[in-house]
Ligand binder design. Structure first.
Ligand SMILES: [Zn+2]
Ligand SMILES: [Zn+2]
Length: 360
């Protein structure tokens, strides 16, 4: 059992359950281990709900490589049950989301370039070796240790766990994309109708874009698009999207083949945001001339800064009744059935499958 001793800077907690990933093709290993006392500035979170991100599917199937053994999982929501010296005691007991990267705050990416997600001393939750500073740095567990350079954001009580859990990855990333775009024009296109695409669509519509086309190859993935304010377009017949007239294209489909078509849609002076091509099979077929003659801006996005997570949680709170956010996430499965949860995630039935260590 976890105990909370309010008013103390260091709180003793007992043990955590973790699901250890040892490599492709190996079953998750359920292990009980002591929760280390939080170090200076650290916080221990008891996880209420975690969601399975597509990047974890890639790791599980060997399409993405990371250190093992590890605890996968970086999307989640939980309550602060212990804090280390120097961490404000008011965090104790609060329900929180957190930046999925821990940054040092002092290196050039952090301090000079404004991209702490590219910190040279970065730790990324769900991608850290089990041997790293206490080891509890993944969300497929009962507890998570957040390091000193991780930004915490309180989650309003009205936001259900399933709505809040994916905010610290998919939504905050799309907030970073949306922030970079020019003011609303006539029309935008989002390539990909997964969770990133639906979030992107909602963000653009709420920012004032009158028309947002959302393109996908799979008809079933397009069914949710109108509920998030978008106009669904099947990739096999993209004729509703006018050539040379689109102000902004946002790629979150992960397919390099989509880029030439996006370039054809863009108007002169248009913006192309790439956020989904985070894998090696992403060679682009385009000419410099196609960028230059249309005076295009092309920009890549990977993760986000703390302010984007704050905006993401605020956005969900403001619009919690206007969009069916909860419909995107499965009912929670027990963490002990993580393999089944991954199989369900691969079926595409849900944008996110949820797991919880709080078993009945
Ligand atoms: Zn993620
Ligand atoms: Zn840094």
């Amino acid at each position: 059992m976890t105990s909370i001793l309010r008013g103390l800077s260091i709180v003793r907690v007992a043990t955590a359950w973790i699901s250890v990933f040892r490599g492709v093709g190996q079953p998750f290993e359920r292990v009980e281990r002591p929760i280390p006392e939080p170090g200076p500035g650290e916080a221990v979170v008891a996880l209420d709900l975690s969601t399975l991100c597509g990047s974890d599917l890639h790791t599980l199937r060997g399409r993405r490589h990371g250190p093992v053994p590890t605890i996968l999982g970086h999307e989640g929501v939980g309550r602060v049950v212990a804090i280390g010296e120097g961490k404000e005691s008011s965090w104790l007991g609060r329900r929180v989301s957190w930046t999925l990267t821990d940054s040092c705050g002092a290196c050039r990416p952090c301090a000079a370039w404004g991209i702490p997600q590219k910190c040279i001393n970065l730790l990324k939750y769900g991608h850290a070796p089990l041997t790293a500073s206490g080891g509890l740095h993944g969300c497929y567990a009962s507890h998570l240790t957040l390091r000193k350079g991780t930004h915490l954001v309180e989650v309003p009580a009205a936001l259900p766990d399933a709505v809040a859990a994916p905010a610290n990855c998919a939504l905050a990333t799309m907030v970073a994309v949306a922030e970079s775009l020019p003011p609303p024009g006539d029309m935008a296109v989002v390539q990909g109708a997964g969770l990133l695409g639906l979030y992107g669509c909602a963000l653009l519509r709420m920012a004032g874009w009158p028309t947002v086309f959302v393109v996908d190859h799979q008809p079933q993935r397009l069914t949710a698009v109108p509920r998030f304010g978008g106009t669904p377009v099947l990739a096999a017949d993209s004729s509703p999207i006018p050539r040379d007239e689109v102000d902004v294209v946002v790629e979150v489909c992960g397919s390099a083949h989509a880029i030439p078509e996006g370039l054809r849609w863009l108007r002169p002076g248009g913006h192309y945001a790439l956020a989904g091509l985070v894998h090696p099979d992403s060679a682009l077929s385009l000419t410099g001339e196609s960028l230059i003659r249309k005076c295009l801006t092309l920009r890549g996005f990977h993760n986000y800064a703390p302010r984007h997570l704050m905006s993401a949680i605020n956005f969900l709170d403001r619009h919690r009744d206007t969009h069916p956010w909860e419909s995107l996430v499965s009912p929670p499965m027990p963490l002990s059935r993580l393999e089944e949860a991954f199989a369900l995630a691969e079926s595409g039935r849900w944008c996110r499958v949820a797991v919880t260590a709080r078993e009945p």
